[in-house]
Design a protein around this ligand. Structure first.
Ligand code: ADP
Ligand code: ADP
Length: 221
């Protein structure tokens, strides 16, 4: 699925920061991977590379048959829109849109007709247990429910990979477990590749594989 070879990432500004150093790594399709490590270690940077949000400054990264490191922005954007689902700590929902509309936004860049967008978004919300909440706006939903909407938005396009950045970081313990059970069930049922960045060892324990990243260097745990 993913193959990273000697991936390096430097940020140049007033000061040059090397955020990733010679990362060589394969992530097979269907794996559940946790990425852990201290703040500033390079977790977000690695996730941005995997999510085709940014390119490495050295080395190569391939997703399936696409070599992401050298694709033009437009092609990278299409891969991101079609193949990669994102879930964030802060949910990142649009506050003025209903749950249904938030989920539909993921299908807009794919040129899917309105009637099909509606049908698929309704289905996705049902699959995360929110069939009764489709017309609520985020402010009318609990944190756990908002994260379910975000998960539905990530899944509605049927991505091959789901990238989750601290998906339970803003939730209490009970809700955390609900969201983890949901993610794990979706992973199992859909054969997704699921990559979770987390500070929480209870989350990492449930992964098939644990990667640790510190000072830009990735190790297996
Ligand atoms: P983590 O997610 O583990 O906290 P990051 O990937 O955010 O780590 O950061 C790794 C290093 O790269 C840190 O030193 C951070 O300050 C730096 N960094 C991250 N993003 C940028 C950026 N856009 N510009 C400059 N430096 C950055
Ligand atoms: P987290 O704790 O969730 O990993 P970070 O503080 O690492 O969050 O980063 C949040 C966002 O800010 C990321 O997109 C990261 O690339 C960016 N970022 C981190 N450090 C810097 C920096 N020194 N300069 C600019 N952007 C940064």
């Amino acid at each position: 699925m993913y193959r990273l070879e000697n991936v390096g990432k430097q940020y140049t500004g007033t000061r040059t920061v090397t955020a990733l150093k010679h990362v060589t790594l394969e992530i097979p399709a269907g794996q559940l991977v946790a990425i852990q490590g201290p703040t500033g270690g390079g977790k977000s940077t690695l996730l941005q590379m995997l999510g085709a949000l940014d390119r490495p400054t050295s080395g190569t990264i391939t997703l399936g048959s696409d070599e992401l490191s050298h694709l033009p922005d437009g092609k990278l954007g299409r891969i991101r829109a079609k193949e990669i689902g994102f879930v964030f700590q802060g949910f990142n929902l649009i506050p003025t849109l209903t749950a249904q509309e938030n989920v539909e936004t993921a299908l807009e860049p794919l040129g899917i007709p309105a009637a099909e967008r509606t049908r698929r978004a309704t289905e996705a919300l049902a699959s995360v247990g929110l069939a009764e909440r489709t017309s609520h706006v985020p402010g009318e939903l609990s944190g756990g429910q908002q994260q379910r909407v975000a998960i539905a938005r990530a899944l509605v396009k049927e991505p091959v990979v789901l990238l989750a950045d601290e998906p339970t970081g803003a939730l209490d313990e009970e809700t955390r477990d609900e969201i983890l059970n949901l993610l794990e069930g979706l992973w199992r049922d859909r054969g997704l590749t699921l990559i979770i960045v987390t500070h929480d060892s209870a989350v990492a324990k449930r992964a098939e594989r644990r990667l640790h990243i510190k000072n830009g260097v990735v190790t297996e745990r």
